[in-house]
Ligand binder design. Structure first.
Ligand SMILES: [Zn+2]
Length: 382
């Protein structure tokens, strides 16, 4: 099975490398915006034709030749993806890139042979902690301390500067992984919630570490401070950077928590079943607080982590229909109790069989049963 894995390193460019990185951000953005405008006026074209035209553009704008030409072509491919997504109704019409947003550029790997020796324009050396990048040469990196080398073939690298003023490089690697499906002996149903992020049919609850509330005080104080400062002044920019740093901290901490939960669930079970989420629909709800904790919980991120980890570990992952009334059905006798629609009822005795049900655990048990049906239907087809 071919999988793609991204390795993200902190990047420490020297001053002249930093300048070149910024030039490349600018040039990639210029090429993107130029061809977006061009296609707005002349209709959408194949990236092959635009890449041919790029040569002309480079001759008219000499400074484009200073930067990695691969990055400029990647801009054209990104734009093509943008149009493809638009035509497939996955996304809106491509927008012009602004220099005030997060800055990044992508470059792809090129292999060459010279005098019998193989060379490539992107190389990662984890022993000396350097990455070789086109035009930039060797740049110091940090990350993946416990690895000696990266397995697989490098596909591309994305260089970015975050709002925290830190530089990163994300290296995409293609790996041929030998995965054998496990013999399924243990199954778990998972109810996804807001108060508790995850409730498993084993009765384990992973509480939503209200991560935002932990940082909220500091964030609010800084935002108040920012509003009093003169826009664009030195102190204003300093505060702005501090705010960006807290946002980055929240993001990292959340990622860390979700990874831990997903690892634990996938390691301990062979068949994992969740509801399929329709987050977009849920966000239409105008209750702000509800939305905030929902986004805070990053449920869809968690599901994609579970899906990915199940795939590479040879486990089975199923999503069941969102409209399945998992909390109203008694997992013991199958009686559908409409009164349970009321979210405030956390525990109840089933009027049919008398079993005492915890709302969330009962729901996760129902999800497990639905998943089990799905699993055996699919397996009998094999
Ligand atoms: Zn019952």
């Amino acid at each position: 099975m071919v999988i793609y894995r991204a390795y993200k390193f902190r990047l420490y460019p020297k001053e002249e490398q930093r300048i070149l990185i910024h030039k490349t951000f600018g040039c990639s953005r210029f090429v993107y915006n130029y061809y977006l405008n061009y296609q707005k006026e002349n209709g959408v074209q194949k990236s092959f034709n635009l890449c041919k035209d790029l040569k002309e553009l480079e001759n008219n704008h000499e400074y484009l030749k200073e930067v990695d030409s691969c990055a400029l072509r990647c801009s054209i491919f990104d734009l093509e993806d943008g149009f493809n997504n638009f035509f497939a109704k996955r996304n809106g019409y491509p927008n012009f890139k602004s220099k005030f947003a997060r800055q990044s550029y992508r470059t792809s790997l090129i292999r060459s042979t010279y005098k019998g020796k193989e060379y490539s324009n992107i190389e990662v050396d984890l022993l000396t902690r350097f990455i070789k990048l086109p035009k930039l040469g060797r740049v110091k990196i940090r990350g993946f301390r416990n690895k000696e080398r990266i397995e697989g073939k490098i596909v591309n690298a994305t260089i970015s500067r975050e709002t925290t003023n830190k530089y990163y490089v994300s290296v995409l690697v293609e790996e041929d992984l030998l995965v054998e499906k496990v013999t399924a002996t243990s199954i778990v149903g998972i109810d996804l919630g807001i108060k508790d992020l995850v409730i498993t049919s084993d009765g384990i609850k992973y509480s939503n570490e209200k991560i935002l509330t932990k940082f909220e005080k500091r964030l609010k104080r800084l935002q108040r401070k920012l509003s009093r400062q003169v826009k664009g002044s030195k102190n204003y920019l300093k505060t702005k950077e501090k705010i960006a740093r807290i946002h980055a901290k929240i993001k990292n901490y959340r990622k860390h928590c979700l990874n831990d939960i997903a690892n634990e669930i996938v390691d301990e079970h062979d068949i994992i079943v969740t509801e399929s989420l329709k987050v977009a629909d849920m966000f239409k709800d105008k209750r702000k607080a509800f939305n905030k904790s929902l986004s805070d919980a990053s449920l869809s991120k968690l599901c994609s982590l579970i899906e990915w980890k199940s795939k590479i570990k040879g486990k089975y992952y199923y999503k069941i229909n969102t409209y399945y009334p998992s909390s109203q059905i008694c997992s013991h006798c199958g009686y559908k109790n409409n009164e349970i629609k009321d979210l405030s009822i956390r525990e109840y005795d089933c009027p049919e069989c008398g079993v005492h049900n915890d709302r969330d655990i009962n729901a996760s048990l129902n999800i497990l049963l639905e998943g089990l049906k799905l699993h055996y239907n699919l397996q009998s087809l094999v």
